[in-house]
Design a protein around this ligand. Structure first.
Ligand code: AMP
Ligand code: TRP
Length: 330
């Protein structure tokens, strides 16, 4: 008998438009992992409720996110892909996990501190990582492809698995974090010391997956570079150039060292021109697939995904209830 495939879960928030950091840090791995794993992917709409949002625009935002994820190569025939809120077991498991989570550990989460400073505290924001752990554990997965900014949340998830299994028996595998070697942390084009983010007010800081070739060229040309004139891969002295080199490397499928050697003395202008062209080519298929998608069809696929996810989540949630002493069997 063939060995069962290992399982993968990851999620993305429907807040704002998806950008190149999402693609390079996470989505390209999601797509790749469909080859060898049983894959579960989710638009985490419950997570997006932890910061102020507009309920009227929310439905559209989450559908747009689903479309862009599919356009990035996630195939709903190969992955179980759905909206988190449509699978109630995520919230149920989050409750169970919350009872073994220390508040001190949640208080120390960097993302919590940042968001609480920006948008104010609420219990959902504090327990955000517990819901994320539930997302990962509900399908008992082995691996989680994410960008570097999710490191701390994954550590918490692993802690919770150890605590849960120790107390209630071996229910969950300890999930591994999968981050790309190059591009795990794509930086803002306007400030290479902060990450490219959906919430940055400066739209020139990020390349959107929906940007036209012209917009990509303009933003890359306007990207902040460093003093000096040589193209070097050195995050200490040349963070702006190093960020572009990493993007170039992913887009062109060549190493940063190789590209730095070729462009070292060609000047920033020529270098940026070449980066822009490589990115245009890399991003075009995603934009084209996105433009060819029908909202109604994507909605239908998401409903089917949720139905399948509910069936599978119900099976694993029953093992959790059993373990904690609340068996659902008659
Ligand atoms: P979010 O947009 O925060 O829901 O993130 C979705 C996925 O994209 C997560 O796996 C993040 O780690 C990843 N991600 C977000 N921003 C970046 C970035 N600037 N560089 C690399 N990965 C990122
Ligand atoms: N916290 C993640 C982010 O901001 C999104 C997320 C929610 C997630 N649940 C997840 C990522 C489970 C991986 C696995 O990007």
């Amino acid at each position: 008998m063939a060995a069962a495939k290992k399982k993968v879960f990851s999620g993305i928030q429907p807040t704002g438009e998806l950008h190149l950091g999402n693609l390079v840090g996470a989505l390209r791995n999601w797509a790749q992992m469909q080859e060898d794993y049983e894959t579960y992917y989710c638009v985490v709409d419950l997570h997006a409720m932890t910061v102020p949002y507009d309920p009227v625009a929310f439905g559209t935002a989450r559908l747009e996110t689903a479309k862009l994820v599919m356009a990035s190569g996630i195939d709903p025939r190969r992955s179980v892909f759905y909206f988190q809120s449509q699978v109630p077991q995520h919230a149920e498991l989050a409750w169970v996990l919350s009872t073994i989570t220390g508040i001190g550990q949640l208080n120390r989460m960097t993302q919590y501190k940042e968001k609480a400073d920006r948008t104010g505290q609420n219990l959902g924001l504090l327990s955000y990582p517990v819901l994320m752990a539930a997302d990962i554990l509900i399908h008992k997965v082995h691996a989680v492809p994410v960008g570097d900014d999710q490191r701390q949340h994954l550590e918490l998830t692993r802690d919770l698995v150890e605590r849960f299994n120790h107390r209630f028996g071996e229910v969950f595998p300890v999930p591994e974090r999968i981050t790309p070697e190059v591009g795990a942390r794509v930086m803002s084009l306007q400030d290479p010391t902060s990450k490219m983010s959906k919430s940055d007010p400066d739209v020139r800081s990020r390349l959107l997956l929906t940007d036209s070739a012209d917009q990509i060229r303009r933003k890359v040309r306007a990207a902040v570079t460093d003093s000096g004139r040589t193209v070097d891969y050195d995050w200490e002295t040349k963070p702006g150039i190093s960020n572009l080199l990493e993007l170039f490397s992913v887009a062109a499928g060549r190493s940063t060292e190789d590209l730095a050697a070729e462009y070292r003395d060609q000047g920033y202008g020529r270098f940026k021109g070449a980066v822009a062209e490589a990115l245009c080519e890399y991003m075009a298929p995603v934009r084209e697939r996105y433009e060819g998608m029908e909202d109604a069809e994507v909605s239908r696929l998401m409903s089917e995904g949720a139905a399948e996810a509910r069936r599978r989540a119900a099976v694993s949630m029953a093992t959790v209830w059993e373990a904690v002493g609340l068996s659902t069997r008659p």
